[in-house]
Design a protein around this ligand. Sequence first.
Ligand code: NAD
Length: 320
Amino acid sequence: MKTVFLNAAKLDFDNKLDFSLLTKLTELTNYDESTNDEILDRVQDQDIIITKEMPVGRDIISQFPPSVKLICEAGTGYNNIDIVAAREKNIVVCNIPSYSTEAVAQLAITFILNLSASLPQQQHMLEQKNFNNFTKYLQVPHFEVQGKNLGVIGAGAIGRHTIKLALALGMNVLVYDPFPRNWEEPNVKNTSLEELLQQSDFITLHCPLTANTKHIINKDSLSLMKPTSYIVNTSRGPLINETDLINALNNQQIAGAALDVQETEPPEIDNPLFTMENVIMTPHIGWRRYESRQRLVNLMADNIKSFIAGKPVNVVNGNL
Ligand code: NAD
């Protein structure tokens, strides 16, 4: 079996990862990155293609040679791949469902703790040599999180781990998920999306990006939120209509936001979110800790091993 990783530098940007579990299974060629023109050359005679969040649309898939049998997305979200077009060519698409669950949940909680302690505002004031927080008590919101309501939109692997950490901090949790579970914990309950928006002090997004969830946070949903509430997005940027979010922040309709993902990555240089004091932005780092990336490589080897054995796992285009 021959495997090509078309943009390996996106995963192994520090050359620290060990690919030996993969190379024991398959003849692996890693390219740092590939342009659209290079892709078709590089997939010739290959059985398996690995991509990391690289757009792989119908146009490209339709030109893949018959040797290609599997596309392995080196991540959880697979909205970059046209899975229907792959299915039409009998190409299996698989993903890695939970390599960075702990890391992303920890980031969501880090954001919540940072926002509750008004760290971005305080840091900004100090950078401006504004010492009012020393001399005039505290000029920014600053509160404890226990007893506050955390709204979790999407209670899959990351959502559930975030809930576990939030419960340890004494938060109450409201969950909206179209496939609700039964919660044994007394401080977790399922709600409608409207109730969650109205009652939460923090809202954290952990649903996938689909046609149904695009802009799930928009001017209507933002108008239901409390003026003291915060929104946290570590899932996918287009879950939030960014223009509506900017308006809601400018109009003090909500208190702040923390965004690991944005509608366009990187955002335009003049995006107002960069300069808002009550906004934390990070460059899509949820999955990038070393431990998560090595786990991802090892889980990719498991996916490929199962595929070679004729029992593919983590297939995302099986029942279209
Ligand atoms: P998961 O599949 O385990 O969970 C997704 C949950 O969302 C499921 O419970 C599902 O029922 C729910 N859901 C589906 N449609 C919904 C809707 N309309 N409203 C509310 N909930 C809905 O996925 P996961 O492992 O928890 O990952 C969640 C997302 O996190 C991924 O799709 C990915 O986009 C994102 N992610 C981001 C990073 C990062 O680096 N920031 C890393 C990994 C994953």
